[in-house]
Design a protein around this ligand. Structure first.
Ligand code: HGY
Ligand code: MN
Ligand code: MN
Length: 419
C-alpha cells in the first residue's frame, strides 16, 4: 500500500532554504549561531541573499551602510522601485520586507533569518498564484541588528534612517579593535532620504521572542509597539592587587560594586514591572589570584513607559554610585545606545490584523522595524514561538508555523503591493 501525501509546496520550499542556512555560522558545541556582521559566516549569508535574488531575477542594491535590498519591480508602472534612478509617483512607492542575518553570541537561527527567508518565499508564493505587484516589492537584509560586533543595535537601519552619525559609526570598534568602516570597506553613507522616500511601507516578519502566541490558536500575530530600551556601560574602577596578601580592609575591589549593581538592577526592575539584565561583563586583569582593577558590566534595560525606564536606570545608577562610595571604587556610566518607545502604524497594523485574523501584541525586543517606523509606515508579523526562548540555541518555531508565517506575509504583500 502506498501513501500519497500531497506536499505543501510552501513546506518543501521552506525546508529547502532553511536547510541551506542551518549550518552557516553554527557553533557545534553550543548549537547556537555566531553570525556577526561582516564575519565570514555573515558574508556567506549575504552571498546567499544575492544568489536567492538572482534566482528570482531581482536586482540587488546596497545603501552604502551595509544594508542589502533585492527588488521585484512592478511591471505596470514606470517606476522600477528604488533600484531605478528615475523619479517616482507616490502611488508606486515600494513595499519593503525583510530582517537581519546577524546573531547574538550563540543565538538561535530564527531571530532575523526567518524574516528574510520568509520574504523570498512569500514572493515565490505570489508568483505561483500569478499575483503581480503594482508597487515594487523589496527584500531587505539589515546589517548589525544585534549590535553584537560593534555595540550599537540596529546600526544599519539607524544609519539608513539618519538616526546615527556615520562618522561615529565609522569609528565603532569590535573586540579586536577593527572599526565598522574597516569591516564595511568604506565610510558608511549615512542617511538615505532618497531611498526611504521611495518606500511606502516596511513590514518585518520575526520569530516571537515571548510566549504571547504560545497558548493560543493563532500561529501569527501583529505587533503594536516596542518597549523603549537601551544599553548602558557601567565601568567600576578599583585597585588591582594580590588576592593572598591584600588585607580585606585595604581593598578597593570593583567586583563588589559590580556584584551589588547586578542585584540592584534586578530588584529595581522587578519593583517597576520592567526588565533589567547584566548579561555581559569584562574583568581586568581577570586573574584568579588578583583583586580586579576594573570591572565593566553592560546593563540592558527596558520598560513599557519611557518615564519608568528613565527612573529604573537612574535608580540603578544611584545605588551603584552609593555602593562605589562604600567600596572606595569609581563609577562611570556611559549610555551606548537608546531606543525610544515605538508605536507601529495603527492603521496598517489594524488592517493586517483584520486581513490575517491575527492577534495584536507588544514586544520588549528591538527591531530594525522600530527604527524605520520613525520614517515610513511600519508593521511587524510575529511567528509563534512555543517556548518563548530567544537569544539562545534553544530558540525554535515549528515548520508549520513558519509556513503559516510565509502565507501571512504573502497575504500582507498582496494587500499592500498588489492592489
Ligand atoms: O536585543 C534586542 O531586543 C533585539 O533582539 N535586537
Ligand atoms: Mn535578537
Ligand atoms: Mn531580530
Amino acid at each position: 500500500m502506498s501513501h500519497h501525501r500531497t506536499e505543501d509546496p510552501l513546506g518543501a520550499g521552506f525546508r529547502e532554504l532553511w536547510d541551506q542556512l542551518a549550518p552557516v555560522g553554527r557553533d557545534p558545541d553550543s548549537g547556537g549561531y555566531l553570525r556577526y556582521a561582516f564575519t565570514p559566516a555573515e558574508r556567506e549569508l549575504r552571498n546567499w541573499f544575492a544568489a536567492q535574488a538572482k534566482r528570482r531575477g531581482m536586482p540587488v542594491t546596497d545603501d552604502g551602510n551595509g544594508n542589502l535590498f533585492a527588488w521585484w519591480a512592478a511591471p505596470d508602472t514606470a517606476d522600477d522601485g528604488p533600484a531605478a534612478e528615475a523619479g517616482t509617483a507616490a502611488t508606486a512607492r515600494a513595499v519593503l520586507t525583510g530582517s537581519h542575518f546577524d546573531s547574538v553570541p550563540h543565538g538561535g537561527g530564527y531571530d532575523g533569518p526567518l524574516g528574510i527567508v520568509s520574504a523570498f518565499l512569500a514572493i515565490d508564493e505570489l508568483r505561483r498564484a500569478g499575483t503581480v505587484p503594482v508597487r515594487p516589492i523589496g527584500v531587505a537584509a539589515f546589517v548589525e541588528e544585534e549590535g553584537a560586533r560593534f555595540g550599537v543595535p540596529c546600526l544599519g537601519s539607524r544609519l539608513l534612517a539618519g538616526a546615527f552619525d556615520p562618522d561615529r559609526a565609522a569609528e565603532l570598534r569590535d573586540a579586536d579593535r577593527v572599526s565598522f568602516a574597516e569591516a564595511l570597506g568604506a565610510r558608511p553613507a549615512g542617511a538615505r532620504p532618497d531611498l526611504l522616500a521611495r518606500v511606502g511601507a516596511y513590514l518585518e516578519l520575526h520569530v516571537e521572542q515571548g510566549r504571547a502566541l504560545a497558548g493560543g490558536a493563532a500561529p501569527v500575530g501583529v505587533a503594536s509597539a516596542i518597549w523603549p530600551h537601551g544599553r548602558w556601560r557601567f565601568e567600576f574602577d578599583g585597585e588591582a592587587n594580590h588576592a593572598g596578601t591584600t588585607r580585606m580592609a585595604d581593598r578597593r575591589d570593583p567586583m563588589l560594586t559590580y556584584a551589588f549593581t547586578v542585584l540592584a538592577a534586578n530588584k529595581e526592575a522587578r519593583l517597576r514591572g520592567a526588565h533589567a539584565t547584566i548579561g555581559r561583563v569584562r574583568v581586568e586583569p581577570n586573574a584568579t589570584n588578583a583583586v580586579p582593577g576594573r570591572v565593566t558590566g553592560w546593563l540592558d534595560a527596558r520598560a513599557a513607559e519611557p518615564a519608568v525606564l528613565d527612573e529604573l536606570v537612574e535608580a540603578v545608577r544611584a545605588k551603584a554610585a552609593d555602593r562605589a562610595r562604600r567600596d572606595g571604587t569609581g563609577l562611570t556610566v556611559v549610555a551606548e545606545s537608546t531606543s525610544p518607545l515605538v508605536a507601529f502604524d495603527d492603521d496598517l497594523g489594524a488592517r493586517l490584523a483584520r486581513l490575517l485574523g491575527a492577534p495584536v501584541l507588544p514586544t520588549a525586543a528591538g527591531h530594525d522595524a522600530g527604527v524605520l517606523a520613525g520614517q515610513v509606515p511600519t508593521a511587524m508579523l510575529f511567528v509563534r514561538n512555543p517556548t518563548g526562548v530567544s537569544h539562545s540555541p534553544a530558540e525554535h518555531a515549528t515548520e508549520a508555523d513558519c509556513v503559516a508565517g510565509v502565507r501571512a506575509l504573502a497575504g500582507a504583500l498582496a494587500e499592500l503591493a498588489c492592489r
